[in-house]
Design a protein. Structure first.
Length: 302
């Protein structure tokens, strides 16, 4: 059941999604760090285990949590905008297809609404992801000789970007981020809703328990990353390697990467990404759905 009062709950649901997202960052950050390292410097690592071992030996345990602060900001900002705009975009889709505000959307229509919402989230996500990726790959940039001295704090990276490129420097990789987010979140919300439909088997989706919700969220996250991972790999290259000087745009970086390293290089770091995506997004949607049910019950009791 979806009513106008549920749409008014969107800000409260957004805050809950942020709490779930924060837990996801804390638990999934080591896998995300490995992903960025393997995407930007695939020749340095033989695989996930090799990346973990070398990172621990060279930098210690704290090396896995480089970029955690901007990752938290990115996750909170993205989820805030994404889930806030998701409800709004669902209403836009209803208007486009000419149905009533209370009408349930199909899985495909929900996927389209999520895709629209992700375009807004990109604007707050790109700057924080740039800072996060640079911190995560700073050690590799120094080892490879691309930079002489790295920046070890969020503020030093922020200051470096402003001094070198100005405020617009935070939007390096914006086109790549858009190319990842818009189609990615179509598969994200689409995969999630399709999975819930499968588990519901004709019943209401609201009756699903925690295990189906976890699996549905994990499936949605997996669909996103499988669909757009090569784009994310190019984005990471642009945002990290631009520290050393002028970096080509999306097409230039994509062509150079494929020509010099082969197509498989676009999938470097996929393993840690898939592990993190399934667990993190399963937890995120579980928190979101249960908080939504709780808030709706409280409103119905008044």
């Amino acid at each position: 059941h979806r009513c106008c009062s549920c749409d008014n709950l969107q800000p409260l649901l957004t805050s809950t999604a942020c709490l779930g997202g924060t837990a996801c960052v804390v638990t999934g950050q080591p896998f995300d760090t490995a992903k960025v390292k393997m995407q930007t410097f695939p020749n340095m690592y033989k695989g996930l285990v090799d990346c973990f071992v070398k990172t621990y030996k060279q930098v210690g345990f704290r090396g896995f949590y480089k970029g955690t602060s901007p990752a938290l900001v990115a996750n909170i900002a993205e989820n805030s905008v994404l889930f806030m705009c998701y409800g709004f975009c669902q209403q836009i889709v209803r208007r486009i297809v000419g149905v009533d505000r209370k009408t349930k959307l199909s899985d495909l229509q929900n996927a389209a609404a999520g895709s629209f919402a992700s375009a807004f989230a990109t604007l707050v996500l790109c700057p924080t992801e740039l800072v996060k990726c640079r911190l995560q790959a700073m050690h590799e940039m120094q080892l490879s000789g691309k930079i002489i001295q790295g920046h070890n704090t969020v503020w030093s990276v922020v200051k470096s970007v402003i001094q070198k490129d100005g405020p617009l420097g935070f939007y390096r990789g914006l086109s790549s981020t858009l190319l990842r987010e818009v189609p990615g979140y179509f598969f994200f919300f689409g995969g999630y809703e399709l999975s819930r439909t499968f588990f519901a088997s004709g019943r209401s989706k609201d009756e699903l328990g925690p295990i189906p919700l976890l699996l549905s969220g994990g499936f949605g996250g997996s669909c996103l990353w499988i669909a757009v991972y090569p784009v994310d790999c190019v984005k990471s290259r642009i945002q990290v390697l631009s520290m050393a000087g002028k970096q080509a745009g999306f097409m230039g970086t994509f062509v150079t990467l494929v020509r010099t390293e082969g197509v498989l290089a676009l999938y470097s770091g996929l393993t840690p990404t898939m592990i993190r995506a399934f667990v993190a997004n399963g937890a995120l949607f579980l928190a979101y759905e249960y908080s939504r049910k709780l808030l709706m019950k409280q409103i119905d009791s008044y």
